[in-house]
Design a protein around this ligand. Structure first.
Ligand SMILES: [Zn+2]
Ligand SMILES: [Zn+2]
Length: 158
């Protein structure tokens, strides 16, 4: 078990972008507009994200979103608690849905993000391959730590 972003979609405590931001996949068949995007990027190093994204997952989230080109969105249910969605035309990994909280996070690379966004945290650092490190200072949490946090907020992975 090693995939999750156990948080509410509400932008509590961090600033959000004033304007909606639209991102798109490699071929452009799918574009996603995120409202009130949080001014931070979440990073996950788990093995499942590594296989899904090719390396670590860098994700953004907001208060709400709309999808243009939904017919081109494929869904892979990667575990009992998560879905990973992709463009059926070009294969880009688009977004992740954490089912227990209905939390969506979107691949940061599809958006032209403003400068200066911090990394909120890096999770599943115990599954990070040793061939890279991210230079930015950010909170580092192991899989056990992030799972304990989610369980403490009432989420079950049974
Ligand atoms: Zn595409
Ligand atoms: Zn992950």
């Amino acid at each position: 078990m090693s995939e999750m972003f156990g948080e509410e979609n509400a932008a509590a405590g961090v600033g959000v972008l004033d304007e909606p931001l639209t991102g798109k996949c490699l071929c452009g068949a799918v574009s996603i507009t995120v409202q009130s995007m949080r001014r931070e990027v979440d990073v996950c190093h788990c093995e499942m994200c590594r296989r899904n994204y090719g390396s670590f997952a860098a994700m953004v989230a907001g208060a709400d979103f709309t999808i243009d080109g939904e017919d081109s969105v494929g869904t892979y249910k990667s575990s009992d608690w998560a879905e990973r969605c992709f463009c059926k035309n070009c294969g880009s990994a688009l977004f992740y849905r954490f089912i227990p909280t209905n939390f969506y996070s979107f691949a940061a690379g599809h958006f032209e993000l403003p400068e200066g966004l911090p990394i909120k945290q890096q999770i599943f650092v115990d599954e990070k391959p040793d061939w890279y490190d991210l230079a930015q200072k950010s909170p580092m949490k192991t899989g056990a730590e992030i799972i304990a946090e989610a369980e403490a907020s009432g989420i079950s992975f049974e």
